[in-house]
Design a binder for this molecule. Sequence first.
Ligand code: SAH
Length: 487
Amino acid sequence: MAKTQPKKRNANKNTNRKPQQSKAAAAEKNYPVQLGQIVELEITGLSHEGAGVGRYNGYTLFVPQALPTEVVKAKVVHAKRNFGFADLVEIVQAGAQRVAPPCPVYDRCGGCSLQHLAYSEQLVHKQQIVIDNLRRIGGFEIGEGGITVHPTLGMDNPWRYRNKAQVPIGEEEGGLVGGFYAEKSHDIIDIDECLIQHEANDEVVNAVKRIASKLGIQPYNEEAHTGLLRHVVSRVGAKTGERMVVLITTEDFIPQRDLLVEMIVQQVPGVKSIVQNINDRKTNVIFGDKTVTLWGNDVIYDYIGPIKFAISARSFYQVNPEQTEVLYGKTLEYAGLTGNESVIDAYCGIGTISLFLAQKAKYVYGVEIVPEAIEDAKRNAELNGFENVIFEVGAAESVMPRWKFEGVRADVIVVDPPRKGCDEALLTTILQMKPEKVVYVSCNPSTLARDLKVLAEAYEVVEVQPVDMFPNTGHVESVARLDFKIK
Ligand code: SAH
């Protein structure tokens, strides 16, 4: 029995699952291994996706769930010219860093690719990924005379950290189930708890499944495009304990709606907001366009450090609030503000970093491409009484050159781009604006390394701090400090 979705569906899609291939496809190409063949090999490395890497007769195989120094038997499931993928069959000799994954659906879920690796080693692994990328892609020296890459800042307790669950709902033997999609299917594996979710989210999802089953609410059937309840989204303010329940349905009408709401209010302590979102499209996208508040407030509140945030059903908000505080603390430290600086926060989302910086800056300019996020950012600035922040909607690479043209200058520029990294035009603008400092917050070490190489033309990359925002998964977040070097 199982339940809460550990993370967004497909959030970690490729970290722990291996592609499948027909036997004929590989045999035809005369590869050094055959599909279905069981090979014994020693694992010598860990890929950036968290799979063990080893060689069989010189041919590289990726074996998810295998660890360096281990000898394993693995079954080849996919072969390409230069490398292949194999499923772990047996651990002949286990590594000292191996731990028993505590999650009962670890093998099937694919959300956490590193649960079998001791947490202290996960942190070492993530630091090494940053170092490898900076060396290989950025061409940087690391350590003595080069960039200092600090040990990863991890969590004391690397479990139960997620403040948001998005759980698809289905049906089994007449009852509602919710959890995650089984590999390559639309079947939902039911789970009652997800070990990286805040307990509150597990509680909310279980309560909604129980109540909706009792009231005979029909779950959505993805293939037939029938039924009502598609997803339950649960959000919790880690600091405030406030909870939001979002019911995503195919239509406005919910039978026995008032009773449903009443039962949720009774059975979920701390609930402050119950919201319905309507999505009638045939799509994997979770949210539809229409959102209605069924009960209570339309937002819940939470704090990161001293700053208060209003979170609506659809707001982007960092999912690991405890580590977000660590990450933003480092960002603020690297920005080295004294109170007189003009700062730009590019890719600012709902203004979280901007407001952190605004505590110590003269002015902060935030730019972000999603209009709703900027609305939230403005609301959050007001909520906290900040009058020294200016937010603008647009692509950072278009807005920043205009700001420069209009005479905006920046002492510090902070960037926090999505996985694909910064647009080249934005990097050029930074080089032209010549801020004293650049602080680069990154969720992808390879694009970080690529972009730092461009900025290294005028900046010294002094130090990089990896921060573990997603324990037990392969994701690596880091923040880099760059100082202007041509005076
Ligand atoms: N700094 C924020 C958000 C970082 S996520 C935080 O810490 O919460 C990256 C953000 O960049 C997203 O909000 C995304 O919508 C935005 N984005 C993506 N492309 C962009 C672009 N070209 N210009 C500005 N913002 C962009």
